[in-house]
Design a protein around this ligand. Sequence first.
Ligand code: FES
Length: 421
Amino acid sequence: MTDLSVAAQHMPEHTAQSGIGPPLWLLAELTYRCPLHCAFCYNPVNYTDQQSELDTAQWLRVLREARALGAAQLGFSGGEPLLRDDLEELVAEARQLGFYTNLITSGVGLTDKRLGVLKDNGLDHIQLSFQDSTQQLNDFLSSTRTFDLKNRVARSIKAHGFPMVLNCVLHRYNLPHVDKIIDMALAMGAEYLELANTQYYGWAHTNRAQLMPTEEQLREAEAVVERYRKEIGNRCKIFFVVPDYFETRPKRCMNGWGSVFLGVAPDGAALPCHSARSLPGLTFPNVRDMSIADIWHKSDAFNRFRGFDWMKEPCRSCEEKTLDLGGCRCQAYLLTQDPANADPVCDKSPHHESVVRVVREAAQRGAGGGVALAPDEQPVIFRNDANSRKLSGQISGQISGQPNTPTPAATDKTSDQGARR
Ligand code: FES
């Protein structure tokens, strides 16, 4: 969860260079390794192409340089950040530097012992993911048996006195369970519940047809959330954002490219958003070779979509461009093959039909019935190394200008069997 108001409170004195503010939010993706295999993971589909990880000393330098530049909120993410045994050391350094820190985790590996050390070392906040309120769907969507473990971890997080965000990615399979998911969050004592409707990047884009809900499902879930908000007041703050495929104006993605967000991938690539690596024609600077200040202020990748000069019509002359900044560059690329186009979520875009068609197809398919597939339905492609390696060749084709939608026929079916249970 991005809470930039918290970040602003912790911002040190900083003189911005060249009129560009500081990267308030630093996301440290410590590793792409993960014990879960979620069908909607936002990591790059071809993550297996990047094997090397920054070492502890390199991460410590990233934290120090980013903090000196004005970064205030720090998320430790992945993959699963608990797979790094230097996490506790990085948290301690972050606390000493004055960051507000958040651990974004599946819970796998979050033992009582590690929770105690993380607490002692100054970790501020934990975001724990669930895939659903039921064991069946939680375990199906992550392709693991982790539901009971996550319940135990949630209790331990609260026992150690951490504020907790429960995060649940929503889609066609679990939208009908929103009331149960809220009940689960309340029973666990979560201070925040992030009901994150799927954004269609990475693995979620690969599985878009399987995950896309109907508009009816969304509106019903929204009504349930509204009802709960009235009933529970401040007991738990619920975030619910409608996926932008169902909107007619795009989101102000990352609050603007190179505006407040700096992501560092496990191999040290610096990214202006989680999905930027999928964009063609951009070379992302690496923290092994460049200082964070030079990356933020001088690199072509971070400057490419700042401001308005890069815009094409209809954005360039649009009176709303200062509100949404043309929307999401990654979505523009995924749906129009040109990242400088207007985000086709906007109904002023000549490509808006590409979004409408997906929503229409979801409506025609209907809500479906649980995890069972209709006979003509493609199975879900789970995030795992074998599927990543198989899909990465197709991604290379896309980047070199030959759009090619990954097909299940090209992927490992072993973990797809759960879709048919
Ligand atoms: Fe990359 Fe929106 S996710 S700009």
